[in-house]
Each structure stands twice: as structure tokens, then as C-alpha cells.
Design a protein around this ligand. Structure first.
Ligand code: NAD
Length: 477
């Protein structure tokens, strides 16, 4: 029989690491129970500390993003550090107002009475984040956790190791360990974390792991927010300004080398529109990244060779009208911006979320077929439509279902603090950003109050006879 020590040594995670994780969770539970995170002033102080940390650690974070994803400084400022800084400022400015109890009238049967909804903290939360926007997608949920008065464990993605280390440094040197702790690691660490009891798990990543998270959460009846992905479609209608449309699509697709949850995954249009659109897409790509995107400082890299290989295999050079596999460099994790035409619905590139710089163009007969195609697949995270016709935009709004619908733009909606962001069905459950973050990281608790006199509740207590029964009969008809 193996000894306990032997068992511990051979288990997926060694005893020391388990002990560290358990201690981190316990410390956060204790500080939550002690009320540390409740006062609004304390929450604002932590948000300020996070903002200050973000400023102080900017060079380290930018370097890490460059190492992990080849992200340019400006792209990182726009899509990662900048949005987080703005989110902090927005939440900080509005937090007091959002936390003010909302009054409601409990209704005639309870009269006289009063009611209010209070937003109460949930407790100790777990935030599991992915590698593609590793700063943004770790810290944006954390803002909600702090604003809601919770403690939080952050588990950054091991797939972006430099950023994981930089985030750990930021949090350890700027935030109070009574509020936030980082657990770095991969599957073993996350699996062990998921065995612990949390009051909310906020997970961003792919749906396969989303299911693992949901299963583990069910064990403790822990609520989950699942920010997942999928294939986000774009429809380009006839008569659209194709030059402007192409610029917006190309930017949304090739930012972060296509490794964006809401990147336009594939494009649908009539053949005539595709024929006219292709030169504009080509031109827009050159305008953004030059004739040799490899030399552009603004064009990113695949996160690792595994993802490089996966996306490379989706490219069919015979169908590529821009980019393709020639020029791709595995060592440098460089995949050129690639556009493919003549793509069929059962081609490999349509079999999974592309999550790389490849844009397939698919012919449809018009908006009817585009809508039917969207409805025939899983509900996307964002659906996009470019149309000069308001009635077609309205049809997309009414007849398709997606986490969000963006008309005339791609990607930029993620930077809005007033727009809830999240999926539906296969693309996720729950939403966040701005006030919505506060809503998911708190419980809306109704507090109802009724004076003991006059004792109107006698109306609903037995015995039910005579006038009382007649009156109840009338009231409840
Ligand atoms: P990833 O590989 O970094 O995984 C996400 C997290 O899950 C990591 O922290 C990782 O450690 C953890 N994890 C991985 N395997 C696990 C396991 N077996 N058990 C427990 N935890 C595990 O990132 P990813 O999933 O490749 O991210 C890309 C996906 O995320 C895409 O589908 C994309 O669309 C989606 N995404 C969604 C959003 C959104 O906001 N909705 C944002 C970004 C990415």
C-alpha cells in the first residue's frame, strides 16, 4: 500500500501546492466573513489601487503581451490596458449610485408595506481567464468582483505565461491580499481550485472547459458566468458602402491575429457582393498592415505553435485570394492575414471557431439564407450585419439570436462600458461590463418591511369564513 506521503507526491498536484491553494481560499473566506470588503470606501480604494497598479506596471504588461502574442504597444493600450482603465473609472464614478437601494412597492395584498432591493456581495469568487486578451479578460471581471464587495481568486491563463507572471506581480504588489489572490497554473491547479467551494465562478474561454467548470460548480450549487466563444457570422448586404465595410471587417478580423472571441469568423454575401468586396478587403488589409504584414509592427502572432498548426490546417491555398500558407512561419508563429473565397459550408474551416487570421467568404442568396444559416447553427457570441436597409437590420435583430448584434461595426462594442457583454446558449451565460458587472457579482436582495399594526395580514390567516372569505374571493378572482 502506498503511504499518504507517496500518494501526495504522485497526485496531479503536490501537497505543498494544494496547501497553498487551500490557504489562499481560506484567507479570502476569512476576510470576506470579517466584512473587510463591504464598505464602499474600501472597494473604491481597491479599484484605485488596481488603477495605480495598471499605470505602474504598464511597461511590464506591454512587454509581456508582446512576448506572448506579438501585440503592438498601441493595440495593447487600446484593447487591453485602456479598456480596463476606462472600466475602472466608469465603475468608480457610478458605484455609489448603483449600490443605492432601489425601492419597490410590494403590492396591494401586503399594504401597508415598503420594499427595497439591496445589492449584496456574494462572497469569495473565482475568476478563470483565457490567453487571448489576457490582461483585459482577467482584470475586467476582477473590477466587478471588487465593486461588488467580494474577495477573488484570479487564475490567469498558462497559455500566455509572460502575461500571467506580469498579472501576478501587479496583483501581489498593488492589491490587498485580503481581497485578491492569484493562483497561477494549468489544468491541475484549475481542477483543484474547482473542487473548492466558491460563491461565483466567472469563466472565460472555450465551451469544452466551460462544461467542466459548470459541472464542478454544480457540486456546490455555485452560480457561474460563462463567457464562451463560437463562430461569429458577418452578413454584407447588397448596396453597402464596401470600402468602409471592408475596413471595419478587416480590422475586427485581423486584430490580435484573429484570436478574438468576437472576431468576424466568416462572411456571407451574394456572389456579386463577394466579387466586389474582395478587392476592398485586400486593399483594407494592405492599408492596415502593409504589403508584407510580417514586417508590420501592428500585426500580431499566434499564441503558440499548437494554435499555429491548427489554423494553418484550415487554410486551403487554392481558395486563398489573400495570404495563404506560403509565407507562414511556424518558428515565428506568423500566419499572414488570409481571405478565402469559394468556401463550402462543410469545408474544415467551417467546422470550428477559426480563432486565427483566416476569413472565409461564403456565398448566400441574400438575407433570407444568411438568417437561416445563423439560425441553423449554435447561437453566436456576436452576429454582424452591414446593410444600407433598416428593414434588413431589423430582421437580423428580430429573427436571429446571439450574445449581441452589431450593425455596421465589428469588435469596437467590446470597449463600451454601458453595453452588457456576454453570450447566449453555446456562446455563454451571463454578461458583464460596467453596471452589468456589478449585477452579476452581487445578489439583488429584496428587503420587505411591514408594520405590525394595522394587522392587515389577519385577512389572509385562517379561519376563512363569512366576509373574509367573500373578500378574499373577490380579491383573488
Ligand atoms: P485557455 O486555454 O487559456 O483556457 C481558459 C482557462 O481555462 C485557462 O485559465 C485554463 O487554465 C483553463 N483550463 C484549460 N483547460 C482546463 C481544464 N481541463 N480544466 C479546468 N480548467 C482548464 O483559453 P481558450 O479556452 O483557448 O480561449 C479561447 C476560447 O475562449 C475561444 O473559444 C474564445 O472564443 C473564447 N473567448 C471568449 C471570450 C468572451 O468574452 N466570451 C473572450 C475570450 C475568449
Amino acid at each position: 500500500m502506498p503511504t499518504n506521503a507517496h500518494q501526495a507526491a504522485t497526485s496531479a498536484l503536490d501537497a505543498v501546492r494544494r496547501g497553498e491553494i487551500l490557504a489562499a481560499v481560506a484567507a479570502l473566506r476569512d476576510s470576506f466573513a470579517a466584512g473587510t470588503t463591504r464598505p464602499i470606501e474600501a472597494r473604491i480604494a481597491q479599484l484605485d489601487a488596481l488603477a495605480a497598479g495598471l499605470r505602474a506596471e504598464r511597461p511590464r504588461l506591454l512587454k509581456a503581451l508582446e512576448m506572448d502574442l506579438g501585440k503592438s504597444r498601441t493595440e495593447s493600450l487600446i484593447t487591453e490596458l485602456g479598456v480596463v482603465a476606462q472600466e475602472i473609472a466608469h465603475v468608480r464614478k457610478n458605484l455609489r449610485g448603483w449600490l443605492r437601494p432601489e425601492r419597490f412597492g410590494p403590492g396591494l395584498l401586503l399594504a401597508p408595506s415598503s420594499g427595497q432591493i439591496r445589492r449584496e456581495p456574494l462572497g469569495t469568487t473565482l475568476i478563470i481567464s483565457p490567453w487571448n486578451y489576457p490582461v483585459n479578460l482577467a482584470l475586467a471581471p476582477l473590477i466587478g468582483a471588487i465593486a461588488g464587495g467580494n474577495t477573488a481568486i484570479l487564475k490567469p491563463s498558462e497559455v500566455a505565461p509572460a502575461t500571467s507572471a506580469a498579472l501576478t506581480h501587479l496583483i501581489r504588489s498593488h492589491l490587498d491580499p485580503a481581497w485578491v489572490r492569484v493562483v497561477e497554473g494549468a489544468v491541475e491547479e484549475t481542477t483543484f481550485l474547482l473542487e473548492q467551494r466558491f460563491d461565483l465562478i466567472f469563466y472565460t474561454g472555450n465551451g469544452a472547459v466551460g462544461r467542466i467548470v459548470a459541472r464542478a460548480a454544480a457540486e456546490h450549487l455555485t452560480p457561474t458566468v460563462l463567457e464562451l466563444g463560437g463562430k461569429s457570422p458577418v452578413f454584407v448586404d447588397e448596396g453597402t458602402d464596401l470600402a468602409a465595410t471592408a475596413r471595419r471587417i478587416v480590422w475586427g478580423k485581423f486584430t490580435n491575429a484573429g484570436q478574438t472571441c468576437v472576431a468576424p469568423d466568416y462572411l456571407m454575401a451574394t456572389q456579386a457582393t463577394i466579387d466586389r468586396l474582395v478587392p476592398h478587403l485586400r486593399q483594407a488589409t494592405i492599408a492596415l498592415y502593409g504589403r508584407d504584414p510580417r514586417r508590420s509592427r501592428d500585426y500580431g502572432r499566434m499564441v503558440n505553435q499548437k494554435h499555429f498548426d491548427r489554423v494553418l490546417a484550415l487554410i486551403d491555398d487554392d481558395k486563398a485570394v489573400l495570404g495563404g500558407t506560403t509565407g507562414a512561419d511556424r518558428e515565428a508563429r506568423y500566419l499572414p492575414p488570409t481571405i478565402m473565397t469559394g468556401v463550402d459550408w462543410d469545408d474544415p474551416v467551417m467546422g470550428e471557431e477559426i480563432f486565427g487570421p483566416v476569413l472565409p467568404l461564403l456565398e448566400v442568396s441574400g438575407p433570407d439564407e444568411a438568417i437561416a444559416r445563423i439560425n441553423g447553427d449554435e447561437k453566436p457570441l456576436t452576429a454582424y450585419a452591414f446593410s444600407p436597409r433598416p428593414e434588413i437590420e431589423e430582421r437580423f435583430a428580430e429573427e436571429t439570436s446571439s450574445g449581441s448584434l452589431a450593425l455596421g461595426l465589428t469588435l469596437a462594442h467590446l470597449g463600451s462600458q454601458t453595453m452588457p457583454f456576454g453570450g447566449v446558449g453555446e456562446s455563454g451565460t451571463g454578461a458583464y461590463h460596467g453596471r452589468t458587472s456589478l449585477q452579476v457579482f452581487t445578489h439583488a436582495k429584496p428587503v420587505v418591511k411591514k408594520p405590525l399594526r394595522p394587522d392587515t395580514l389577519r385577512l389572509v390567516t385562517p379561519p376563512y369564513r363569512g366576509a373574509k372569505r367573500a373578500l378574499l374571493g373577490r380579491l383573488l378572482r
